[in-house]
Design a protein around this ligand. Structure first.
Ligand code: NDP
Length: 246
């Protein structure tokens, strides 16, 4: 039977590439979208035309109750989740001097609380069944910090702390927990950065002198979800064109 993969934020650049990759490998892929997303039907129609049969559920990953209700509905309608990709995330960049509590809280709840909110209703089932993959999408900026991103860097660094601690707790139960830390990938989150900032500040930091492709990150997710990756746990795998080596 096909394994079930849940990818949060699958209608965004990176999440969509992950959905497509996992579906192409035979997983039954379910994704989530923000309750405010107005393009759900269009996305489902477009991906259906491409030959995919994605299921999509509304979920505010920042909200604990919303996440519990979303996972409960997926389990009831489709089945238990074998692979969880915590991908949904936002940026609210500003210097610390300008950072207000609203923008701190928004990023912490969407990028870090979300990992707890989504993993909580999924992990026990994986442990009981003796197999599971939890893949958390962090960022190079959680590893090295970034100007204007005290909120984002803190949340993304926190993601890997979560990964390591949970990986220890479930290691004997066939469940792996890993972090992927992408560098700058050519999705909306990055292409919204003004071109002159990309050209003058970001690309010069990347030895490969280009943005990463969502498909490159999706390939890494697929590996971590696979049987072959059973011995990889608690890892933080960088995929950043050489921008940061640790
Ligand atoms: P996008 O902005 O393209 O997509 C983000 C996704 O997150 C969207 O699908 C969005 O859903 C979802 N999302 C945001 N807030 C919520 C919420 N409260 N509840 C549910 N879903 C939500 O970003 P990317 O594809 O670029 O980023 C994906 C992940 O990769 C993020 O965690 C990001 O931090 C990380 N990352 C990205 C990098 C890059 O260079 N692009 C680099 C390093 C890390 P909806 O559209 O329905 O609101």
């Amino acid at each position: 039977m096909a394994r079930i993969a849940l990818v949060t934020g699958g209608m965004g650049g990176l999440g969509e590439a992950v959905c497509i990759k996992l579906a192409a490998l035979g997983y039954k892929v379910v994704t989530t979208y923000s309750p405010s997303n107005k393009k759900v039907d269009e996305w489902l129609a477009t991906t259906r035309d491409m030959g995919f049969d994605f299921k999509a559920y509304p979920c505010d990953v920042a909200d604990y109750d919303s996440a519990q209700a979303c996972v409960a509905a997926i389990v009831k309608d489709i089945g238990p989740i074998d692979v969880l990709v915590n991908n949904a995330g936002i940026t609210r960049d500003m210097t610390f001097k300008k950072m207000d509590k609203l923008n701190w809280d928004a990023v912490m709840s969407t990028n870090l609380d979300s990992v707890f909110n989504m993993t909580k209703p999924v992990a026990d089932g994986m442990v009981d069944r003796g197999w599971g993959r939890i893949i958390n999408i962090s960022s190079v900026n959680g590893q090295k910090g970034a100007f204007g991103q005290t909120n984002y860097s803190a949340a993304k660094a926190g993601v890997h702390g979560f990964t390591k601690a949970l990986a220890l707790e479930v290691a004997r139960k066939g469940v792996t927990v890993n972090t992927i830390s992408p560098g700058y990938i050519g999705t909306k989150m990055v292409t919204e950065i003004p071109q002159e900032v990309l050209d003058s500040k970001i690309l010069p930091q990347i030895p490969m002198a280009r943005l990463g492709k969502p498909e490159e990150v999706a390939g890494l997710v697929a590996y971590l979800a696979s049987e072959e990756a059973a011995f990889v746990t608690g890892a933080n795998i960088a995929i950043n064109g050489g921008q940061h080596m640790s």
